[in-house]
Ligand binder design. Structure first.
Ligand code: FAD
Length: 340
């Protein structure tokens, strides 16, 4: 039997720290509770927001209908052939704690994704990625509740349609699947991916060109901490914009005009432009306006300077996008989801 909380304050449940109240809120630990909550919401025709750690959301002050917090717990080994291991984790598990737990178990593949805020269940939603690794590299499958079929389904990695900061869950069928457990293909052999510039540089400086798994996780955490604000002290939602992808001809024209342009070639021939560089060049780094600002160490991150409001945050995001468009002719897309 679930209990709805009326007019629930979710200010502390979103990493930007926006002042937010949910009309009806419930946290679910069991799948039966999730189904019960969904049935009740449907009967009352409430819109539903699924909430993990709230680190990739920009929320309006009043959330209509239902907010369902996912608290599915547990980490299990499902298969182990000595080299390859399948591990399953509950959607409500904290992502970073899960990565640390795998380190203790001697299972490898997710080290570069240490310290990303949020839950295991949200990780496939935008195919979280950092320092040259994405969830797509290790995802086995997800166990999800399908709101259309009203049943529990297993979606194999290929069915999840993971791509850069995107998936079936985010853009193809938003709201249809509620991820309850996630399965990962991990390895007992440590084959670190160290090609990403800032990480590589840091490890070299530490004299750790062949790091242990613990050293790699520590390096990832140090590099992240030097570039990104900790939401516990400065509210933020991580990268506020996706890195725009452009055709090679657009990239070449821009590169000619702006020789310092930072961009990365993609497998499909396109180029991913560093949104942080574009925003920085447009003069926004360190900008402050009322309760919101642009982080002074990384222009891609917008921050809550204290008392940030939804409206001023969206206005700042709009001004940044417009100026980048004007200067470079490139459109920025927001990375966090705006709700409702
Ligand atoms: C400081 C900081 C650094 C970050 N760095 C990175 C980074 O390096 N790489 C990166 O990719 N992201 C990064 N992020 C973004 C964010 O941490 C990730 O997107 C994370 O996976 C969001 O998890 P969450 O549990 O907080 O999701 P939430 O913000 O609660 O939800 C995000 C979306 O997923 C949906 N959702 C949540 N749980 C489920 C579920 N169980 N089933 C279905 N849908 C669900 C929500 O409805 C919402 O649409 C960063 C954020 C911050 C604040």
């Amino acid at each position: 039997m679930i209990t709805w909380h009326e007019n629930q304050d979710l200010t502390a449940a979103n990493s930007f720290g926006l002042p937010v109240f949910a009309e009806h809120f419930v946290q679910v630990n069991q799948l039966t509770e999730l189904v019960e909550a969904l049935e009740q919401a449907e009967a009352k025709q409430w819109p539903v927001l699924i909430l993990g750690g709230g680190s990739n959301l920009v929320l309006q002050p009043a959330l209509p209908g239902a907010v369902i917090g996912i608290a599915a717990a547990g980490i299990h080994l499902l298969a182990d052939d000595g080299d390859n291991v399948i591990v399953e984790a509950g959607a409500g598990e904290n992502w970073h704690q899960f990565v640390r737990h795998l380190l203790q178990l001697g299972l490898h593949g997710l080290e570069n994704l240490a310290l990303i805020p949020g839950t295991v269940g949200a990780a496939p939603v935008q195919n979280i990625g950092a320092y040259g690794v994405e969830i797509a590299d290790c995802l086995h499958s997800v166990i999800a509740y399908d709101r259309h079929a009203k049943s529990v389904v297993q979606l194999m990695a290929a069915e999840c349609q993971l791509s850069y900061r995107d998936s079936l869950f985010k853009s193809q069928q938003p709201g249809r699947y509620i991820i309850w457990r996630v399965r990962f293909n991990l390895s007992t052999t440590f084959a670190p991916k160290l090609h990403y510039g800032a990480l590589n540089q840091y490890l070299s400086q530490q004299g750790q060109d062949q790091p242990t798994p613990e050293q790699l996780v520590a390096a990832v955490c140090s590099v992240r901490a030097s570039k990104l604000p900790d939401p516990a002290t400065l509210g933020n939602a991580g990268s506020f914009f996706e890195n725009p992808r452009v055709d090679a001809s657009v990239y070449q024209a821009l590169k000619q005009q702006f020789p310092d342009l930072v961009a990365y070639p993609e497998k499909n021939g396109q180029y991913k432009l560093a949104a942080g560089w574009l925003i920085d060049q447009a003069g926004w780094k360190g900008h402050r306006n009322g309760g919101v600002g642009v982080y002074d160490k990384q222009a891609l991150v917008l921050v809550n300077l204290g008392g940030a409001e939804f409206v001023e945050l969206m206005a700042l995001a709009g001004d940044i996008s417009a100026s980048v468009k004007q200067r470079f002719g490139v459109s920025l897309q927001m990375e966090p989801r705006v709700y409702p």
